[in-house]
Design a protein around this ligand. Sequence first.
Ligand SMILES: [Zn+2]
Length: 355
Amino acid sequence: MPFAVLVPLLAGGARCEAGDTSAGGSAASPAGLYGEPEVMEFKDGKRGAFTLRFDDSMVSQADVALPHLNARGLVGTFFVNPELDRHKARIDTWEVMCPKFGHELANHTLHHEGAKTYEEAEHEIGECSRYIWKLYPERSRLLPFARGGGTTWDIGDDEMRELTSRYFLFRHRPAHSVCDDPDNEYYSSEDTDLRHLPRRAIDERIWLEVLFHGIGGEWISCSEASFVGLVDFLAENRDKLWVATTGDAWKYQQEYQALSGVALTAPSEEGFRIAVECDESKLDTYGLPLTELYDQPLTVRVPVPQSWSHFTVVQGRGKEALADSYETIEVGGQRIAQFDLRPNGPAAVARAESE
Ligand SMILES: [Zn+2]
């Protein structure tokens, strides 16, 4: 395959050495060892993304849906109303189980009742964000937001925008969502085969989200058997489909759409340095540095010599470092290093591990 032209070597450790010519006739220098880096549209180079959204802090979500997700190592996003009695009735689920199993809590306001004044709106929205931030001290404060179907907010659009901005909230739009579909067959107590939804995400290479209310009970309910059929399919197809929280899928999509470049520098026999950049002006950074809220790593692929098998990638240092070891994969006969990088962070160092 033709080797891509690499960006000019940067100062700081970049060295030109006589290269190993065994990788091919054109590999006269270490630069020729590595092909053009590519940022993948979905995490781990998967073919699509799928998010499971659950609204209203419902008891059947805690009692029925969550155990099925946990048993399969799948994650969901729960739009909670922390001040409602039904939320308090399953407090351990929301406050202990959800953080422990990697689920996401999203801001659905304290009471799901709207607001008559700005002060009320500020309380309903702000306190819900603070409640979630406290449970996830290590996570980005960026949260999905939905103000509740059927609620009335007697405040201006500017005031609502000011509040969503102050509390780092986003209203998302997956490439395709079946939330609003009037015929959405998953709102049915009858058993229904829902596997065509993730199949569609895979076939069309999109991010698709489904919105649930009750699972096997309560209201706008989907039967437990229908739900199990869906999550079984997701677990069986996890190599093709990225089942993510809404926040992670959204951050990945936003960062990917704002990509401005990938720089592979300082190539040598041992490895290379690499950085991914997003254009800040293409993202809503809420007035903060981009990396403060957009911490979702992007998956990068770099063609490497056939001799590579295991490798490490370290980005940054200390508590904030992203460090992992990987095994190379083969794509179309080419050996590929596939790994995660945080955009706009320090350049990462990728190193082949000697056998
Ligand atoms: Zn709701």
